[in-house]
Design a protein around this ligand. Structure first.
Ligand SMILES: Nc1ncnc2c1ncn2[C@@H]1O[C@H](COP(=O)(O)OP(=O)(O)OP(=O)(O)O)[C@@H](O)[C@H]1O
Length: 202
């Protein structure tokens, strides 16, 4: 499968373009890095690819078809701050079920303890909560994952556990993975291809 952006442009304010005419492609099974200076629009572009934001011009498609708004979104975005990505009024079990049926093997791979399912989001650490956000995003229907500074706030051990689980699933299911990060070493270790958001003609 191919996730593609063609001539995508976006601005928050009239006459001030954040980016213009961006072309981008991500194939199933590819792990691609996206880097660029703070404020250049990486998160905004990630939001456009995953359908949270509409571009002013251009198109996002999967296999040349526009992505449907209804139903499960095949492009899943994992944010830097998991506490902003969950409903604080739901228990973790319900939050996880937003991504479909709970897969016990996935919970084990991500180090999610069963008893955490009965807790509220504010009863978990940032790393524990991010594991849930990752599990929720890895539904069987997920075709592409965008990891936007997914482990930046976490300690080295938690980072390593989460990346190891994500890479295993991505490989198993041939998911296309876009890694947005300021960590050069992480990008170099994980990615087959790296895009400079400001410089490459992507
Ligand atoms: N909702 C919004 N309304 C207006 N401006 C916004 C909004 N969201 C982001 N911006 C601005 O758009 C620019 C791009 O933001 P974005 O978060 O996409 O950049 P980024 O490359 O991901 O940055 P960082 O690396 O710091 O996360 C920034 O200058 C930001 O202040």
């Amino acid at each position: 499968m191919l996730l593609e952006a063609k001539k995508v442009s976006f601005r928050y304010y009239k006459d001030v373009w954040l980016f213009q005419d961006v072309d981008f492609q991500l194939q199933s099974g590819e792990v691609v890095g996206l880097r660029g200076p703070s404020g250049c629009g990486k998160t905004t572009f990630a939001r456009i690819l995953s359908g949270y934001e509409k571009p002013h011009t251009g198109l996002v498609s999967i296999d040349h078809e526009p992505v449907q708004k209804k139903g499960y979104q095949p492009v899943q975005l994992i944010f830097q701050h998991p506490e902003k990505a969950v409903n604080p009024k739901w228990k973790m079990k319900s939050i996880l079920e937003e991504g479909g049926q709970i897969n016990p093997d996935l919970l084990e791979l991500l180090g999610i303890q069963r008893e955490w399912l009965n807790r509220w989001p504010n009863e978990l650490s940032g790393g524990e909560l991010q594991r849930f956000c990752v599990a929720r995003a890895l539904n069987d229907e997920t075709k592409f994952i965008i990891a936007d500074e997914m482990t930046t706030m976490l300690d080295a051990i938690t980072q390593a556990q989460i990346w190891s689980a994500v890479l295993e699933i991505v490989k198993q299911k041939e998911i296309g993975l876009l890694v947005i990060s300021h960590e050069q070493a992480l990008i170099e270790r994980l990615c087959n291809r790296v895009i400079d958001f400001n410089h490459d003609n992507i």
